[in-house]
Design a protein around this ligand. Structure first.
Ligand SMILES: [Zn+2]
Length: 388
């Protein structure tokens, strides 16, 4: 017979579960921890004491509640002292942030993306932020979000078509630059990490089935099904931009034809609005703005993209039956301008049962979702074994 988990193993799991709750909420009372974790009060007291002793959390008396009886202590994440670095490598811009336990962005740096290696500017950003950190604070690693296909096993960016990347070990390269500061650097896809962030502390906190469609030139999706991230065998799943929707359609950068992103991506919107040759977020926002102000060509372009956005989302809704679809990156503004088209196509093309509870939303975390998702990835090891 297999032996059950040891006392030490149970304690480790309970510490992880408790720290994860504090991290997700930022602060939580001992009474809430007791009811949410299903453990008794003395166990919660012992676990929080262990975490307080290591400096991961602190405890304090709550503000006056006005109720009778002894108020429950509030457990708070030590955000300033316990942190990771997070970076987002977009087509136009690179951003880095120091993110404290509890998902608090404490500091940030941003610049246009250099045409060459991104590791030297990322290293400078991190060194600049690190120079302002208290000496008693501890860094638990870094996470990087990339618009590309990332191998789960080792974070290798196999393909970043809009970055011009092929087999870039960006995580390993950054870790080698700052070995004393960063115990590890993990890498993930921007849509996956944005979905993770919205699920952890954004629009999808109470949802177990989420599709986050993200656009930064190309289109990808982060998928949460049954509360878990779905990234496929190697980590490359969610490439919905290359779902073929139009077999005789336009050629796609991937080598195929009629991919979804040839109808709803940045290039399509700019071409259809008579802005061929332009690129970037500002150009996309200018089309949306022109459409809102009544420009007929811009309105037709937004309607076209809205229609195709709805077709693709209908397919995804039929396959995954999500409660929530979030439109992020530049698709946020395109969706807001074409919400009626998207909803109408979804209602016509998706099965009634699959779409009956689905809500269409913009991100609650805005452009911070990729950074907060990268931070989640970087905190994962600490949360799995807080005293390890
Ligand atoms: Zn394609």
């Amino acid at each position: 017979m297999r032996a059950g988990p040891s006392q030490e193993e149970i304690r480790r799991q309970n510490l992880g579960a408790l720290l994860r709750l504090v991290h997700m909420r930022g602060q939580i009372s001992r009474a809430e921890l007791t009811s949410e974790l299903g453990l008794n009060r003395s166990t919660i007291g012992a676990l929080t004491s262990d975490l307080t002793a290591t400096g991961l959390v602190s405890e304090e008396a709550p503000r006056e509640t006005g109720r009778a009886g002894r108020p429950s202590l509030v457990v708070r994440a030590s955000s300033e002292q316990v942190y990771v670095y997070a970076a987002n490598i977009g087509v136009d811009r690179i951003t880095a942030a120091r993110v404290g336990l509890g998902g608090v962005i404490l500091d940030r740096r941003e610049s246009t993306r250099p045409s060459g290696d991104v590791v030297p500017p990322l290293r400078s950003f991190i060194q600049s932020m690190e120079s302002k950190v208290d000496t008693d604070a501890r860094c638990f690693g870094a996470g990087i979000s990339v618009c590309g296909l990332v191998r789960r096993e080792d974070g290798m960016v196999r393909l970043g078509p809009h970055l011009g990347w092929l087999d870039q070990p960006v995580g390993i390269a950054l870790q080698e630059e700052l070995p004393d500061l960063l115990p590890s650097v993990v890498v993930g896809n921007v849509a996956d990490l944005s979905a993770l962030a919205e699920h952890t502390r954004g629009a999808g906190v109470d949802c177990s089935n989420i599709i986050y469609v993200y656009s930064d030139v190309g289109i990808g999706a982060g998928i949460i099904a049954g509360g878990r991230r779905v990234t496929g065998h190697g980590g490359y799943g969610g490439e919905v931009g290359h779902m073929v929707v139009h077999p005789n359609g336009r050629p796609c950068g991937c080598g195929s034809r009629g991919c979804w992103e040839t109808e709803v991506g940045e290039e399509a919107l700019l071409r259809l609005s008579g802005r061929t040759g332009q690129s970037g977020r500002e150009a996309v926002l200018a089309v949306v703005d022109a459409a809102v102000r009544g420009d007929a060509e811009a309105q037709a372009a937004v309607r076209h993209v809205g229609d195709w956005l709805g077709f693709g989302v209908a397919n995804l809704v039929n396959i995954f039956n999500p409660e929530l679809v979030i439109f992020g990156g530049t698709l946020r503004d395109v969706y807001l301008a074409a919400a009626a088209q998207v909803r109408s196509r979804l209602n016509h093309n998706a099965l009634a049962a699959c779409r009956e509870h689905v809500r269409l939303r913009t991100p609650q975390l805005g452009d911070d979702a990729p950074l907060l998702g990268a931070a989640e990835l970087a905190f994962e090891q600490l949360l799995a074994d807080p005293l390890g």
